[in-house]
Design a protein around this ligand. Structure first.
Ligand code: AMP
Ligand code: ZN
Length: 141
C-alpha cells in the first residue's frame, strides 16, 4: 500500500529493529516505546486493522504474538505484559496497517490502567442485548 509506513518497513524501504520475521508477519521494536522492548507484531498483508483481517491471518498473528510476548517478557525482565490492538481512530489507532502491541510492564512503572465507570440502571442489560443481536448463535455454548 503506497504511503503505508509499515508496508515500507516490510519491503525493506524503511529501517526497523526487527526481532522476528516469517512469511506471514514481522515483529519490530516500536519507535516510541511505552517501555523499552515495546514490540509491534505486523502481518505482511496490508489490512487496515483487526476488523478487516482474514481469520487465517488473525490466527497466525495472535499465535506469534503469544510467543513473541514470552520472549519480550524474558528479554526485558518485565513483570507483566500488555497485549493490545487499536482499531480505528476513536481507539487511538494512528498507523492504519494492522498491528498488535506487546508492551513490557513493571509493578512500579507509573502507568495507569484505563479508568472504568459504572453502568447506569438497565444499561448493561440493554448493551448485552444489542451485542447478542449482532453475534451468530453458533458461537454460544
Ligand atoms: P497505533 O496507535 O496502534 O496505530 O500505534 C502505532 C505505533 O506505531 C505507535 O506506537 C508508534 O510509535 C509506532 N510507529 C510509528 N512509526 C514507526 C516506525 N517507523 N517504526 C516503528 N514504530 C513506529
Ligand atoms: Zn501497509
Amino acid at each position: 500500500m503506497p504511503d503505508c509506513i509499515f508496508c515500507k518497513i516490510i519491503e525493506g524501504k524503511l529501517p526497523a529493529q526487527k526481532v522476528y520475521e516469517n512469511k506471514d508477519l514481522v515483529a519490530f521494536l516500536d519507535i516510541h516505546p511505552i517501555n523499552p522492548g515495546h514490540t509491534l507484531i505486523v502481518p505482511k498483508e496490508h489490512c487496515r486493522n483487526l476488523l478487516d483481517m482474514p481469520e487465517r491471518l488473525i490466527e497466525k498473528t495472535f499465535v506469534a504474538a503469544k510467543k513473541i510476548a514470552e520472549a519480550v517478557q524474558k528479554g526485558t525482565n518485565a513483570e507483566g505484559i500488555n497485549v493490545g490492538m487499536n482499531n480505528e481512530p476513536a481507539s487511538g489507532q494512528v498507523v492504519f496497517h494492522a498491528h498488535i502491541h506487546i508492551i513490557p510492564r513493571y509493578n512500579n512503572d507509573g502507568l495507569k490502567l484505563w479508568p472504568g465507570k459504572p453502568y447506569q440502571d438497565g444499561q448493561a442489560r440493554e448493551i448485552q442485548k444489542r451485542i447478542l443481536a449482532e453475534l451468530p448463535k453458533e458461537i454460544f455454548c
